[in-house]
Design a protein around this ligand. Structure first.
Ligand SMILES: [Zn+2]
Length: 290
C-alpha cells in the first residue's frame, strides 16, 4: 500500500494505512517521523528533509531497537517511493515552475520595448514567434503576447496628421456663437487635401457627411475606444475597412461647420469624449498656437 508511484496522488486509503501502521508501537520520535514521512510523500517537504529526519530518528532510537526497526521500515519504504524515476522533488519542481513563470512574465513585459522596432503588427508577431522558440516560451504565453500586441495596436497613441494645433480639448470661445462652449476634440491645421490618417488599428464604422462635422469618419478600435475625424475634404475609406495606424482615411478639408481648413479629431472612451492630447505619445511634429 505504501508503494504508490504517484507521490502527489497519495490516497486517503494509503494515508490511513500508513497512519494505522505507524501508530502501532510508536515512540514519540516515530510519531513525528510518521508525519514527516507522509508530508514528504504528499510533496509538502523535500526528500533531503526526510533523509535528515531519518538520520535523527536512527540516532534517537538506539535505545529501542524494535521501535527503531519499525521506524526505519516506514521511512525506507517512503524513501524508495521518493527515489523512483517518476518522482520529482516538489521543491525543485516548484522552483523550476517559478523560474519558468518569471521568464514568461519577462517575455510579456518586454513586448513594449520590442514593439518599438516594428511599425507593422504582423512583423512584430513574427518576431515574437521566433523569440518564443528561441527561449522555449509556451504557446499560452505566446497567445497572451499576441493579445497584448493587438491591444497595443488598438490604442490611438499617434496624431492623425502633423500640423498646427489651433484649438485644444476643453472650454473655449465658440468661433460661431462667440460664447463659452466645450470643444470636445483637437483641431489640427495643415495643407488643404493633405492625408488624415487612422491613429490606431481598427475598423471604419462611419464614413459619410454628418451635419456640422462635414465629411466624417469614425474608427472603432475595440475595448470601447473610438476615434473620429471631421471636416474632411475627401474620403479614403469606407465602412467595414480595416485600418492601421498611418492608414489614410481621408484628406483635410473644411466641410461642415468649420472656420478654416483643419481636421477636428476626437477620442471617445466608453462613449465619453476625452482629451486626444493625452493619448498622443509623440508631439514632436505638432506645433501649438500659444
Ligand atoms: Zn474642432
Amino acid at each position: 500500500m505504501f508503494r504508490s508511484k504517484k507521490p502527489y496522488g497519495i490516497s486517503v486509503e494509503t494515508s490511513k494505512t500508513a497512519s494505522e501502521y505507524c501508530n502501532t508501537n510508536l515512540t514519540t520520535t516515530e510519531k513525528i517521523l510518521k508525519h514527516i514521512t507522509i508530508a514528504a510523500i504528499a510533496g509538502i517537504i523535500s526528500f533531503s528533509t526526510l533523509s535528515a529526519s531519518t538520520a535523527l530518528a536512527d540516532n534517537r532510537n538506539t535505545k529501542d531497537l524494535h521501535s527503531s526497526k519499525v521506524t526505519n521500515e516506514v521511512v525506507n519504504e517512503s524513501i524508495q517511493i521518493l527515489s523512483t524515476d517518476s518522482f520529482k522533488d516538489p521543491i525543485s519542481e516548484m522552483m523550476e515552475e517559478e523560474k519558468r513563470a518569471a521568464e514568461e512574465k519577462a517575455f510579456l513585459d518586454s513586448i513594449e520595448i520590442i514593439a518599438k522596432d516594428y511599425s507593422d503588427t504582423e512583423e512584430l508577431k513574427e518576431a515574437l514567434i521566433k523569440m518564443s522558440k528561441e527561449f522555449d516560451i509556451s504557446n499560452i504565453t505566446l497567445t497572451a503576447a499576441f493579445e497584448k500586441v493587438d491591444e497595443m495596436a488598438s490604442i490611438p497613441d499617434s496624431a492623425p496628421v502633423a500640423g498646427l494645433i489651433t484649438s485644444k480639448f476643453g472650454y473655449r470661445t465658440d468661433p460661431f456663437s462667440g460664447r463659452q462652449a466645450f470643444h470636445c476634440g483637437l483641431d489640427i491645421q495643415n495643407e488643404f487635401d493633405s492625408d488624415v490618417c487612422a491613429t490606431a488599428y481598427g475598423t471604419v464604422i462611419f464614413a459619410d457627411y454628418y451635419g456640422g462635422y462635414g465629411n466624417y469618419v469614425q474608427v472603432d478600435h475595440g475595448n470601447g475606444i473610438v476615434t473620429c475625424y471631421g471636416h474632411l475634404n475627401t474620403f479614403k475609406c469606407k465602412v467595414g475597412d480595416i485600418v492601421s495606424v498611418g492608414t489614410p482615411i481621408g484628406t483635410m478639408g473644411q466641410t461642415g461647420q468649420a472656420t478654416g481648413v483643419h481636421v477636428h479629431y476626437e477620442v471617445c472612451v466608453d462613449g465619453e469624449k476625452v482629451d486626444p492630447l493625452e493619448y498622443i505619445s509623440d508631439l514632436s511634429e505638432m506645433t501649438f498656437l500659444e
